[in-house]
Design a protein around this ligand. Structure first.
Ligand code: GLY
Ligand code: MN
Ligand code: MN
Length: 436
């Protein structure tokens, strides 16, 4: 593996922390039940700075100061262990990890607590995600106290604590070319998964059978698996935003909404498609689908450098509200309905979010009162929807229709580029699902 993209990010972060010291642990392994573990997933910040996938690892970054003219990045990781490697597989060990991942030094993880006081001593600032992992907080507090006992020996504990996430979130918001390449692959694999599900779909199948098609395609094409719990929601289940049971049968004349994306080298894709179980949109489904698609197109037209993050949501919302009026779900003016939030029973979420190592990725949406302005290199989703539960004044033929269309979009210098390619116009979907 090339370590440059990761070591370059460490160098960039070292510039941010001045002469301070930063501590970035990876995620712990989690027990699922008794002695079975959840599949291991490293911490996103740790991964962003290392590309190192083993559990029980910590990065320490040391900025330069008068006594240390060179910034240094240090890795603590598990030692080689012939016996454990027979059971659990290869471990790099500090020596090999140091070289492979471009660190200046590496030590056994068991030495972390003993070495930490020395590493933080005489640094003015300490950067850490305080409160994220209380056992790490306790180790840092113990190290601070250990340094404080050495004042007579001329040691000083850092006097300023900074939340490391602020600096890292700013960096993670703008994707570099290496990340964009990985995200393009994640988008392409997830798109293929959605096409496979459309092709496989038949009335009376269970929702989980479509989930299986997605999982097959993701793994077959080399993704690590799902980036989040997939939603395969047929009929009125599509109106439950986080439906993940995926255990109902597909009714012949229903729509099915699939929200599923894969993870590639830590990066998520996030796609939603809604299509008819029998391959043909009819009546109100068609009308409602066209409204959501038009909302998505209006949103995408607003994504360009300099635009406020909220602009694409506002554009989608206007189209959706006009659609709600056309479908006779609501009456009144677009502005009045938006002002009173009368649209919320039918559209209750925002039109998208940052996308990256986390499906709802790191990064601020507002600075002070202002929405963040889009910049080239930002990655976001565009996911308008329309969810019509039975209710007062809801025409019966619309009951249980739930539609969302979600794509992954990169802001470019000129505007934006859509990375996800699964079919989404009615004609394209019906063509992919044609069985003759
Ligand atoms: N799949 C999570 C989301 O769309 O935000
Ligand atoms: Mn999303
Ligand atoms: Mn999604």
């Amino acid at each position: 593996m090339k370590h440059e993209p990761y070591s370059t990010r460490r160098s960039a972060l070292l510039k941010e922390i001045g002469d301070g010291v930063a501590i970035v642990p990876t995620a712990p392994e989690r027990v699922r039940n008794r002695d079975s573990h959840h599949p291991y997933r490293y911490d996103s910040y740790f991964w962003y700075l290392s590309g190192f996938h083993e559990p029980e690892a910590i990065i320490v970054l040391l900025g330069c100061n008068e006594s240390n003219p060179f910034a240094r990045s240090i890795l603590f990781c598990r030692e080689k262990n012939a016996e454990r490697e027979v059971w659990d597989g290869f471990r790099f060990g500090p020596e090999a990890a140091c070289t492979a991942f471009g660190f200046d030094a590496a030590y056994a993880i068991d030495e972390f607590e003993q070495r930490l006081p020395e590493l933080i001593a005489n640094r003015r600032t300490l950067w850490h995600a305080l409160g994220h992992d209380t056992s790490m907080d306790a180790k840092i507090i113990a190290a601070l106290n250990a340094v404080r006992t050495q004042t007579r020996a001329g040691k000083r504990a850092p006097g300023e604590m900074h939340d490391l996430r602020e600096a890292l979130d700013r960096m993670r918001l703008i994707k570099d070319a290496y990340e964009a390449g990985i995200m393009r692959r994640a988008a392409s694999i997830a798109s293929a998964g959605h096409v496979r599900a459309m092709r496989a779909c038949r009335p009376s199948m269970a929702e989980y059978e479509l989930e299986a098609e997605l999982g097959y395609e993701f793994r077959k094409r080399g993704a690590d698996g799902h980036a989040y719990s997939p939603i395969v929601a047929s009929g009125h289940n599509a109106c439950i935003l986080h439906y993940v049971e995926n255990n109902k049968l597909l009714a012949e004349h229903a729509l099915v909404l699939i929200d599923a994306g894969c993870e590639v080298e830590g990066y998520a894709s996030d796609i939603t498609r809604t299509f008819p179980v029998n391959g043909r949109f009819v009546g109100a489904q068609r009308e409602a689908y066209e409204i959501v698609l038009a909302a998505q197109e209006a949103a995408i037209a607003e994504i360009k450098p300099g635009a406020a993050f909220i602009a694409y949501h506002d554009a989608a919302l206007r189209v959706l509200v006009q659609g709600m009026i056309d479908l006779k779900l609501l009456s009144g003016s677009i502005d009045g309905i938006i002002e009173s939030e009368a649209y919320k029973p039918f559209y209750m979420h925002r039109t998208g979010h940052w996308l990256g190592l986390d499906v709802h990725d790191a990064g601020e949406y507002k600075t002070g009162d202002d929405w963040v302005a889009l910049q080239a290199g930002m990655a976001l989703t565009v996911e308008p929807g329309l969810y019509i539960r039975p209710g007062d004044n809801v025409p019966g033929h619309l009951h249980g229709i739930g539609i969302r269309i979600e794509d992954d979009v990169f802001v470019t210098a000129e505007g934006c580029e859509i990375y996800t390619t699964a079919p989404k116009s009615i004609a394209e979907i019906e063509e992919v699902m044609r069985r003759d």
